[in-house]
Design a protein around this ligand. Structure first.
Ligand SMILES: C[S@@+](CC[C@H](N)C(=O)[O-])C[C@H]1O[C@@H](n2cnc3c(N)ncnc32)[C@H](O)[C@@H]1O
Length: 188
């Protein structure tokens, strides 16, 4: 059996995020996407990665939680346990991420806690995707009105992307928001 590092043990929570309203909203938005290579960051159960595998030739899925990655591996062949996309190289047509976006003082539940204003973890994840998009590729990530999503758009721009809100859905106590990021320079 594979041994877990201390950091992996700390992060491993022995339960995987169950696909929820946010997962299904992003899935619905993704249903017309197709291409050669896609990457699902923070794959959880592997639900989005599995869906993308029907439309893309190659799908990679990452999660920082080893337990989730083990579970997702029953649906998806290419699963990698890492922080964001830090272990990934190559160029993707599409990158997706249903981010942990809840504002939190500390990171107790890695599935949902996003740190201060719900953007600290998201920004760190987005940083790891620099240089991973094909020239016309796009990165679609999900956040919420509970987080400072305008600041997230601005921070994404400072990381070298063009970024804008492309869809939203009002729920009872929050608005789910999808942000699209593209390469600023098409020369990548
Ligand atoms: C909101 S859940 C989404 C799960 C799944 N993609 C879905 O839509 O149902 C966020 C996922 O991101 C993972 N995660 C949190 N921080 C991460 C990081 N820094 N790098 C990779 N994955 C991370 C969590 O373990 C969790 O599985």
């Amino acid at each position: 059996m594979m041994k877990l590092s201390n950091m992996q043990k700390k992060l491993s929570k022995n339960e995987t995020y169950v696909p929820a309203e946010d997962t299904f909203f992003l899935a619905e938005y993704l249903k017309n996407e197709s291409g050669e290579k896609a990457l699902d960051i923070g794959t959880g159960s592997g639900y989005l990665a599995k869906m993308l595998s029907l439309k893309f030739n190659l799908v990679l899925a990452t999660d920082i939680d080893f337990f989730s990655i083990k579970k997702a591996h029953s649906l998806i062949e290419n699963c990698i346990c890492c922080d964001g996309a830090s272990a990934i190289t190559g160029k993707f047509d599409l990158i997706v991420c249903n981010l942990p976006y809840l504002p939190s003082h500390s990171i107790k539940d890695i599935s949902v806690d996003g740190g201060k204003e719900g953007i600290v973890v998201p920004v760190n994840i987005i940083k790891t995707t620099k240089n991973l998009l094909k020239p016309n590729g796009k990165f679609l990530f999900l956040t919420s009105s509970l987080a400072n999503c305008q600041m997230l758009v601005e921070k994404t721009k400072t990381l070298g992307f063009e970024a804008k809100i492309v869809s939203s859905k009002k729920l009872f106590f929050e608005k789910l928001i999808i942000i699209e990021a593209k390469n600023k320079s098409k020369m990548n």
